[in-house]
Design a protein around this ligand. Structure first.
Ligand SMILES: NC(=O)c1ccc[n+]([C@@H]2O[C@H](COP(=O)([O-])OP(=O)(O)OC[C@H]3O[C@@H](n4cnc5c(N)ncnc54)[C@H](O)[C@@H]3O)[C@@H](O)[C@H]2O)c1
Length: 243
């Protein structure tokens, strides 16, 4: 398969598993992350396993940097079939104490980053009349998140952005969807707590089965990139009931 996917946040806890999983399916994977060394390490690991991957350093909140990322991908592979918007950040602070800088940074990376990357790849996908864009939202985008209102607002924004862009791009046979994991065990979700505190905080009834597993996320992405979902667009897929 010579299909190419850009995964932003591809060096992160969830992103790196997405990169490994899709590379093992035969996709050419662009690991696009601000964390250059971590992205390079994952790309090297994938290539060692006979997959195809490159690392590109990007700041998804910068139009210039996103443009450079798209150009570098096209220079290397000559095409972009899929985009996965996975870069995201979180701080934990109540609204009344939240520094303006925290609000701006979380909205800039999570929401504006999703806009800039989607816009940049859409310019390339529209003339080809094909493409799939998937963004990682969160159950917090509908349930809210005390001590992380900026994060919840950014994820709600991704859900609305997804619905809007899906309609705009439908004419070009490009689908736009979002996935909304529940709490998933990664450095982001553990930030500010010990493992014990994290597990206690996220404990929910057994039927709803605690943490989202990274393999569930990878499986859903595979489905959304498959022929089976050619006409599925504008949707947000919740992996757990938002709470
Ligand atoms: N972990 C969870 O519980 C959870 C739940 C729901 C949704 N999510 C979402 O899943 C995505 C991945 O989260 P994660 O848990 O793997 O977090 P993570 O912190 O492990 O990974 C996030 C990645 O984004 C990268 N990044 C940060 N700023 C960037 C920028 N300006 N440009 C490019 N890359 C940048 C980081 O370097 C990191 O590799 C995020 O969008 C997050 O909001 C996570």
């Amino acid at each position: 398969m010579d299909k190419v996917i850009i995964v932003t946040g591809g060096a992160g806890g969830i992103g790196s598993d997405i990169c490994r999983g899709l590379a093992s399916d035969g996709l050419k994977v662009v690991i696009a992350d601000y964390a250059k060394e971590a992205a390079e390490n994952i790309a090297a690991e994938i290539r060692k396993d006979n997959g195809e991957a490159i690392a590109i350093q990007v700041d998804v909140g910068s139009k210039q940097s996103v443009g450079d990322m798209v150009k570098a991908t096209l220079d290397k592979y000559g095409r972009i079939d899929f985009l996965l918007n996975g870069a995201g950040v979180l701080t934990r602070v109540p609204v009344v104490e939240m520094p303006e800088e925290d609000w701006d940074r979380v909205l800039r990376i999570n929401l504006k980053g999703t806009f800039l990357c989607s816009q940049a790849v859409a310019h390339h996908m529209i003339p080809k009349k094909q493409g799939r864009i998937i963004s990682i939202a969160s159950g917090r985008g509908v349930a809210g998140q005390p001590r992380a209102a900026h994060y919840a607002a950014s994820k709600a924004g991704i859900i609305a952005f997804t619905k809007s862009l899906a309609v705009e791009l439908a004419t070009y046979e490009i689908t736009v969807n979002a996935i909304a994991p529940g709490a998933t065990d990664t450095p982001m979700s553990r930030s500010g707590s010990t493992r014990e505190e994290f597990e206690k905080r996220e404990a929910i009834p057994p039927l709803m089965d605690g943490l989202t597993k990274k393999e569930e996320i990878v499986g859903l992405i595979r489905y959304l990139l498959s022929e089976a979902t050619k006409y599925v667009t504008g949707q947000t897929f919740f992996l757990r009931t938002p709470k």
